[in-house]
Structure formats: structure tokens, C-alpha cells
Write a protein that binds this ligand. Structure first.
Ligand code: PMP
Length: 443
């Protein structure tokens, strides 16, 4: 059947309240995607758009993978849904086993959610309940970081460090502190990989421990590499320091790997990439190639056992979602993990890292480019904001790229690139050449 690229619904954009989108602007010049295959989307006008962002950092195996489509189709016909509580189905156990195999040693249990935001809430709740199960119920404080992004639910926006969340949504959770962010452009601008300076910023945790007492602190949550607030790399030694201090004080360390897990940095997790094992890892996006919404929270055996061996009323986790471990999401997950293994995609970013970084760093010297940051298959390209219109320059670059058939993502005046891991060197060249042209043209 020929693809209907212009269905009637395109003519009525009135009812849908779009997430994180200026609806009125969008409706003036809508960008609708109607199909996707491999490295490309098809726009509603029939144009091919090179996907420089893997959707929203999530379609790591590329679009329209037949194996995933077929797995979902087969499961939908066989078992559309199974109750998530007090019941199970084979695929959820199968997927869990496969996933813990690629996690760092010691991280061996997984709780399923439907999104990264829910994976974060789950992690925070597990952290607090874990201490309680061990008789340390006073440990309820949570520590996040400035410029942290941990999804959009109340726990996540409380530990996150984005000012608009405080502006719009009130007081948020109490008992939360923030470490300083690690973005030090004056010392680290134009670093390829991990920047040299900033390990000392982790020591701020000692200050918070001294202020509140370690017996009050449940967990520290950070993105090992912060994506959504501008692709901020951890300085050398920083994560090591954070691990040392949290371990010393019995505080759980949570890595929010919603972006970094499943191949973005050339390894299954950033934890593996940086050689640091946290106590909890949150994931989503690449888990099942974004084909069906799914997130997952991974924990160590020690955490799991504290519940299993705890008092009778704690042998279960009092938490769960109707769609936890949904059969269709699991089917997509298993098919995705098989693709990653078969095609070596979890480590492909390692092989492409230099080609990628060279292409990104070729933009150095372009007007208004004030920083470039790369690691694995991710990049942040920071533009000088126009003094009267912050964010406008990068948004214009986004529009210009789209016009030229390339999808990028911008956050403030930072361009974030994170293509599917199947990208070929020629496509890397096209992506970065187009971004460069757009930056020049926007001026
Ligand atoms: N944590 C991190 C680190 C993320 O990058 C994101 C999404 N960009 C989330 C949590 C939230 O995930 P979701 O949008 O699936 O709720």
C-alpha cells in the first residue's frame, strides 16, 4: 500500500497539547513525521530527514527495524497485556535476565517502568525504602546536582537542577540538596572526551554530609554525562570521587543513564565506560529502541536482598505501574538487545568516536561557536547566545537544518547531537557539514 504522507489529520492541529513545545509557533509551521527507516525520517511533505538525534536520544538501533516490528506484532497477537502485579509472563523474566547480563558486575536485578521519569522516581523510592528496610529510616534526604535532568515527575524535578521547574511548579520535595554542576567552560572549553578540570567539585558532597549528617542522607543522583542540559561531560576523576565519598558515608549512588545506557558512549553503560559501579542505574530510551515506552531501574544484589530479607511487611516493594514489564515493550526489548549483540552496536560508538569527534571539531572557528564537547556518539555544540534573545540562535540553526533535511536538537543555545548508532561515516560528514552551513547562514 502506498504511504499516505498527507493524512487529513495534518490539517487540524488544534486539540493536541504538545510537550515542551511552543504550540502556537509550531502550528504556524508544523513539522510532522510520517515514517522512518534506518537513519531517516520521512516528513509530511515527503522529504527525507537525516536523524541526527536518534529521535530523542533513543532510537539507537536505527528506525523501523524489522526484527523489532515483527516481535511486537507477534506479541500483540499472542498476549496483548498481562496484569503486572502478582502475575507475570515469560518475556519479562527473559528480558530482565538479558539486561542484567550487560550491567556492571553486582547490578543484577531490574524493576520495569514506562519511561525515564518513572525509572527515576522508582530509584529514589527504592533508595529511601532500602535504608528503612535496613533499620536506617532516618536516611531520607536526596542530593542531586545543578543542571541535572531527571525527567518531569516531582521527585525528578526536585533532584534535578533546572530553574524553570522551580519557577513553575512550586516548592517541590523537601530534604533535597544540590551539588554544583561540572560545566567549567573557562577551563575546559573545546575538550574532546573528559575535561581535565573539576574533580574537586565532588568534594562539595562532604560539605553537605557535614551539614546534615550522613545518617540523614539516602542517595546522590547524577547523570554520569548530563545530556538534556547541554551534553556536559564529567571531569576526569569526578565520578571516582563521588563514588568514594558516597561509599564512605553509606550513601547510595544513583547513575541516571536514561541517555547513556545502551551504547551511546560505546559501552552498555556509562558506569562501564568510566569504570565506576553505582548502586542503582536508571535507563529507558535505548532499552527497546523506543519502539514501545519502557524504562528500567537496576539495583545491586545488596539492595534487592535488603527487601527480600527484610521484615515481613517489606518483602515486596510497595510500588509498581499497571504497565510495568508490558508484553509489547518486553518483546521489543528482547529483539532490540538481540540486535545490539548481533551487530555489536553497544561498542560501535567506540570505533566511530574519532571520526565523530573530528567531524564535530571541524566546526571550531565558526562564528559564535564557543565550545565543542564530544564523547562516544554524542556531541554538544555551544553557541554564543544573542544578548537579547537567549536560545534564539540555536533554534534558528535547528530550523535551518530541518530545511536542509537534517534533524538536530537544541537546548538553550546548545546543539545536542546523538545519532542512531548505525550511522555511517558519510552520514556523520553530512550531519556535521549541514550543521556547520546552518551556523554560518544563521550568523
Ligand atoms: N533522565 C534523564 C537523564 C533523561 O535524559 C531523561 C529524558 N531525556 C529522563 C530522565 C526522562 O525520561 P522520559 O522522558 O522517558 O520520562
Amino acid at each position: 500500500m502506498p504511504l499516505d504522507v498527507n493524512p487529513p489529520v495534518v490539517n487540524d492541529l488544534s486539540a493536541f497539547w504538545m510537550p515542551f513545545t511552543a504550540n502556537r509557533q509550531f502550528k504556524g509551521a508544523p513539522r510532522l513525521l510520517v515514517a522512518a527507516e534506518g537513519m531517516h525520517y520521512t516528513g509530511h511533505d515527503g522529504r527525507q530527514i537525516l536523524d541526527g538525534t536518534a529521535g530523542l536520544w533513543c532510537v539507537n538501533a536505527g528506525h523501523g527495524r524489522t526484527e523489532i516490528v515483527e516481535a511486537i506484532r507477534a506479541m500483540a497477537g499472542q498476549l496483548d497485556y498481562a496484569p503486572a502485579f502478582q502475575m507475570g509472563h515469560p518475556l519479562v523474566f527473559d528480558l530482565a535476565n538479558r539486561l542484567v547480563r550487560v550491567m556492571p558486575e553486582g547490578i543484577d536485578h531490574v524493576f520495569f517502568t514506562n519511561s525515564g521519569s518513572e525509572a527515576v522516581e522508582t530509584a529514589l523510592k527504592i533508595a529511601i525504602a532500602y535504608h528503612k528496610a535496613r533499620g536506617e529510616g532516618g536516611r531520607t534526604r536526596l542530593i542531586g546536582r545543578e543542571r541535572g535532568y531527571h525527567g518531569v515527575n516531582f521527585g525528578g524535578i526536585s533532584v534535578g537542577g533546572i530553574v524553570n521547574n522551580r519557577r513553575f511548579f512550586g516548592g517541590l520535595l523537601s530534604g533535597v540538596d544540590h551539588l554544583p554542576h561540572t560545566h567549567l567552560p573557562e577551563m575546559n572549553a573545546f575538550s574532546r572526551g573528559q575535561p581535565e578540570h573539576g574533580a574537586h567539585l565532588a568534594d562539595d558532597l562532604e560539605r553537605l554530609v557535614a551539614l546534615h549528617g550522613p545518617e540523614t542522607i539516602a542517595a546522590v543522583i547524577v547523570e554520569p554525562m548530563a545530556g538534556s542540559t547541554g551534553v556536559l561531560m564529567p571531569p576526569k576523576g569526578y565520578l571516582e570521587r563521588l563514588r568514594e565519598i558516597t561509599a564512605k558515608h553509606g550513601i547510595l549512588l544513583i547513575f541516571d543513564e536514561v541517555i547513556t545506557a545502551f551504547g551511546r558512549l560505546g559501552s552498555a553503560t556509562a558506569a562501564e565506560h568510566f569504570g565506576i559501579t553505582p548502586d542503582i542505574i536508571t535507563t529507558a530510551k535505548g532499552l527497546n529502541n523506543a519502539a514501545v515506552p519502557m524504562g528500567a531501574t537496576f539495583v545491586t544484589g545488596a539492595i534487592y536482598d535488603a527487601f527480600m530479607n527484610g521484615p515481613e511487611h517489606l518483602i515486596e516493594l510497595f510500588h509498581g505501574y499497571t504497565y510495568s514489564g508490558h508484553p509489547l515493550a518486553c518483546a521489543a526489548g528482547i529483539a532490540t538487545q538481540e540486535i545490539y549483540q548481533r551487530e555489536g552496536l553497544l561498542i560501535r560508538a567506540r570505533d566511530l568516536e574519532n571520526t565523530w569527534a573530528d567531524a564535530v571539531f571541524a566546526l571550531k572557528g565558526l562564528p559564535h561557536v564557543i565550545d565543542l564537547r564530544t564523547m562516544g556518539l554524542i556531541a554538544g555544540i555551544e553557541l554564543e547566545p544573542r544578548s537579547d534573545e537567549p536560545g534564539k540562535r540555536a533554534f534558528e540553526v535547528f530550523l535551518k537544518c530541518y530545511e536542509k533535511g537534517v534533524l538536530i536538537r537544541v537546548t538553550g543555545d546548545i546543539i545536542a547531537l546523538s545519532p542512531p548508532l548505525i550511522i555511517e561515516p558519510g552520514q556523520i560528514d553530512r550531519l556535521l557539514t549541514t550543521v556547520g552551513e546552518a551556523i554560518r547562514e544563521v550568523g
